[in-house]
Design a protein around this ligand. Structure first.
Ligand SMILES: Cc1cc2nc3c(=O)[nH]c(=O)nc-3n(C[C@H](O)[C@H](O)[C@H](O)COP(=O)(O)OP(=O)(O)OC[C@H]3O[C@@H](n4cnc5c(N)ncnc54)[C@H](O)[C@@H]3O)c2cc1C
Ligand SMILES: NC(=O)c1ccc[n+]([C@@H]2O[C@H](COP(=O)([O-])OP(=O)(O)OC[C@H]3O[C@@H](n4cnc5c(N)ncnc54)[C@H](OP(=O)(O)O)[C@@H]3O)[C@@H](O)[C@H]2O)c1
Ligand SMILES: Cc1cc2nc3c(=O)[nH]c(=O)nc-3n(C[C@H](O)[C@H](O)[C@H](O)COP(=O)(O)O)c2cc1C
Ligand SMILES: *[C@@H]1O[C@H](CO)[C@@H](O)[C@H](O)[C@H]1NC(C)=O
Ligand SMILES: *[C@@H]1O[C@H](CO)[C@@H](O)[C@H](O)[C@H]1NC(C)=O
Length: 675
């Protein structure tokens, strides 16, 4: 996320006129005036045409656009590019650039979106240069938003990259079909274009331990680089601060960030297009509990996007920027004995860096901890390592160093003490009483708080000005007897509904997906979504109903839904019955898992109806959609379809796998899953 320097967006003051106007000046002034009048008159029109939107937003910064010039000017050899959505790849890139210092090599981090990537071939102009790519994968093996242009360039426009030295670290999650697809593609494509791979592709798996994958990859990568450059490693990982604390004592309160994502006061001057760097503040118009019983809280929210020009399709995701729990922030302030209202900036010690601050500055510690920093995810091992120096009690310090080490014992300790115990930074501070780091260093080390995605539970055909969300509030007890609460869902749960005089808003933007109803509205649709996995199907059903109203043919539409108890958490029961009555939903199969001795899941019902389903799939071109839990449900359902193909299609297992793969390639087997 580019927190580009705030000042950079403020235009230069106009030069004052000197003396009388000459004839030439008058002509010039007239032309400018004419252009201005034209612009004022026609500006509105231009803004209404979506294609022009991008052009009318101001360029973010005045910084150096040429990568090579910048590297030359600032004496860098290593450039680390990141393709990142939620900040992990960006954080890893920062750490790699920081590591380089230990070897006397100067590195820089670069957002591919901010540079002209066609300059990559010119890296050969810089002696001993290396391009490192930290690339995350999303969706169906897609690049992150900020790597989209780079990806297109690689596919189409890329030039000869002979002489360019590179390496790739891929970030992904094994539970997804296209594991690390983007990292693998960049690695393969750069080689095809003639570049030299100086170190093997690293494969990071978020489902196991991404941090560990990264650390062991870079522990082997750096010696290889040293050999490449002929330099000596300085050994010990030293703790180098990247940012310097500046405390503001005399500052205009208008210049302080109070939770805006990027541009100062952007929340008051809402301007489209809205995206990750410029979210829209959508008023909450409905916030209702969906379940009738049980100890959980499942909710239905509606966000008003009137006037925002935001467009969405059923199947897209809405991203929401949450705010942390004030109680946790207060406790951190209390335990570290600091005044949270102190106004500060953390300024990058590397003045050439594009990233001046780790989060929008100047701000207060309270704002940073409430809005910008992730204070509830388990701290990574590098954070434990860096913080260890502030544990005054030697056994506690040793405990922290051990958890950060790569020994099997250290890894095991980190796994159990941090991950399995779900300790957040506050729990770490509480359980290590001698650990009292300066709050500014803590703020430097915490990752950025990232947006949460929700599958949109409405159709824009029916609700063009409203986005519906169906979510379950996360709350669980850890083995240290703490109650951990999910950041976004608990924040959303307590969102009051906007009414006259009271405004309650959610910073959001839309992320497009590939999860779409069949192009031909007559094709049969099979929807499988237990629990909150029902969300996108509410949008699909609304859309199907709308198609019918328009007189369009709508194919057979069957739903497989599951919940715990019929009279507790049967979400949208009334709405589903309405759709059935109207003939939109041909068939609703519901698995109540806990209403009888033996568990019944959606896949049991799929098996029961296998003949009918197979006919829809194999002879009637049905489209299959699966939404919800990625960890178990999606995999179990996929196995059920393999069984079906084997049994009813007379296939061997490998053929069945191929069969489903082909459906996926044709867009007839789509998943919208998370865990
Ligand atoms: C593409 C996509 C679509 C999504 N759509 C929806 C949707 O439609 N509806 C919906 O409700 N969610 C959806 N999610 C999930 C959603 O984005 C959030 O992850 C979820 O709401 C939790 O966010 P949170 O901030 O409340 O929790 P966080 O503060 O992020 O905490 C979540 C973490 O808590 C831990 N945790 C949670 N439960 C337990 C437990 N029982 N035991 C131990 N640890 C636990 C896990 O480590 C988990 O990662 C979607 C996710 C993606 C990626
Ligand atoms: N982090 C975790 O440990 C964890 C655990 C569960 C869910 N989740 C997440 O929460 C999301 C949605 O949860 P939710 O509250 O909406 O769902 P939910 O209400 O917990 O579950 C919906 C239904 O799915 C059933 N189910 C459980 N395992 C299944 C499987 N392997 N195949 C098919 N059905 C199965 C459940 O049965 P039973 O519950 O009776 O078995 C229940 O009837 C999931 O996508 C998942 O990512 C996380
Ligand atoms: C919605 C979503 C989709 C994902 N899709 C994939 C995928 O297709 N393949 C994969 O290997 N990893 C996938 N991942 C995992 C991410 O790539 C991984 O968590 C990565 O560390 C994120 O990096 P970032 O924080 O820099 O964005 C997905 C994660 C999410 C949340
Ligand atoms: C790339 O690496 C090779 C050796 O592996 C080296 O000879 C060459 O100079 C390097 N290229 C650049 C541009 O640094
Ligand atoms: C990916 O990794 C995260 C982090 O460890 C894990 O919680 C999640 O279950 C994995 N799967 C998905 C689909 O995010």
């Amino acid at each position: 996320m580019a927190d580009s320097d705030v000042d950079a967006t403020i235009p230069e003051p106009l030069m004052e006129g000197e003396g009388l106007l000459s004839t030439l000046d008058i002509i010039l002034v007239s032309i400018i005036a004419a252009v201005l009048i034209y612009w004022i008159m026609f500006r509105k029109k231009v803004e209404e045409i979506p294609e022009f939107k991008k052009l009318t937003t101001p360029a973010p910064t005045t910084q150096e656009k040429s990568l090579i010039e910048k590297m030359k000017k600032t004496g860098r050899n290593i450039v680390v590019f990141y393709g990142s959505q939620t900040g992990t790849a960006e954080e890893f890139s920062n750490r790699l650039a920081k590591d380089a210092q230990r070897y006397g090599i100067k590195g820089m981090v670069a957002d591919p979106e901010e540079y002209d990537m066609s300059e990559l071939s010119r890296l050969t102009e810089i002696d001993n240069s290396i391009a490192i790519f930290c690339m995350a994968t999303y969706g169906e093996g897609d690049p992150t938003d900020n790597a989209q242009e780079f990806n297109e360039w690689l596919q189409e426009g890329a030039t000869d990259l002979e002489g360019v030295n590179f390496t790739v670290f891929a970030l992904g999650n094994k539970t997804y079909e296209h594991f690390n697809a983007m990292g693998k593609y960049v690695d393969k494509r750069l080689e095809e274009l003639g570049a030299t791979r100086i170190f093997d592709l690293g494969m990071g798996d978020d489902d196991a331990n991404l941090e560990e994958d990264f650390v062991s990859w870079k522990e082997q990568f750096w010696p290889a680089v040293c050999e490449h450059f002929g330099v000596e490693a300085t050994g010990e990982e030293s703790s180098i601060r990247q940012y310097e604390l500046e405390v503001h004592t005399d500052i205009n309160m208008d210049k302080i960030f109070t939770g805006e994502i990027s541009r100062l006061k952007s929340f008051e001057t809402q301007r489209s297009p809205f995206d990750t760097k410029n979210p829209f503040l959508a008023p909450v118009t409905v916030n209702r509990k969906l379940n009738k019983g049980g100890s959980r809280h499942l909710m239905h929210l509606e966000l008003d996007i009137t006037g925002s020009k935001i467009r969405y399709e059923a199947g897209d995701h809405v991203a929401v920027y949450p705010t942390n729990d004030a109680a946790i922030v207060n406790q951190i302030g209390h335990i570290l004995d600091v005044d949270l209202e102190t106004i500060i900036s953390l300024n990058n010690l590397d003045e050439e860096s594009n990233k001046k601050h780790p989060f929008p500055c100047p701000t207060t510690y309270r704002t940073a901890l409430m809005h910008y920093l992730d204070i509830t995810s388990p701290p990574r091992t590098n954070v434990m390592y860096e913080l260890a120096q502030y544990a005054s009690d030697p056994p506690e310090q040793e405990h922290m160093r051990k958890m950060a080490s790569s020994s099997p014992e250290g890894k095991g300790l980190y796994q159990s003490w941090v991950l399995e115990s779900h300790r957040n930074i506050l729990a770490v501070l509480q359980d290590l009483p001698s650990l009292r780091p300066p709050i500014d260093h803590l703020c430097e080390l915490m990752p950025r708080l990232h947006p949460r995605y929700y599958s949109i539970a409405s159709s824009s055909k029916v609700h063009p000005n409203s986005i519906h969300i169906c979510a379950v509030v996360v709350e669980y007890q850890t083995n240290t007897k703490r109650i951990n609460k999910g950041v976004a869902t608990n924040w959303l749960k307590n969102k009051l509904v906007t009414d006259n005089g009271h405004k309650s808003t959610v910073p959001m933007y839309i992320r497009k997906s590939q999860f779409r109803l069949p192009f031909k509205s007559g094709s049969p649709v099979i929807m499988i979504g237990p629990g909150t996995g029902i969300a996108p199907f509410m949008g699909f059903l609304q859309e199907q109903a709308w198609f019918r109203e328009q007189g369009r043919e709508v194919g057979e539409t069957v739903l497989y839904y599951g919940c715990r108890h019929k009279n507790e958490d049967f979400l949208y029961q009334e709405e589903l019955e309405q759709f059935q009555k109207a003939g939109v939903l041909t068939q609703a199969n519901v698995a109540f898992s806990r209403d009888q001795e033996q568990k019944v899941y959606v896949q049991n019902l799929l098996k029961k109806n296998k003949e009918h389903l197979w006919k829809l799939i194999d002879t009637e071109n049905a489209h299959i959609y699966i939404c919800g839990d990625a960890r178990n449900m999606a995999r179990d359902v996929q196995n059920t379809f393999y069984d079906m193909a084997e049994e009813l299609g007379g296939m061997m297992h490998s053929q069945a796998v191929q069969y489903i793969k082909k459906l996926m390639a044709k867009g007839r087997y789509s998943q919208d899953v998370w865990s």
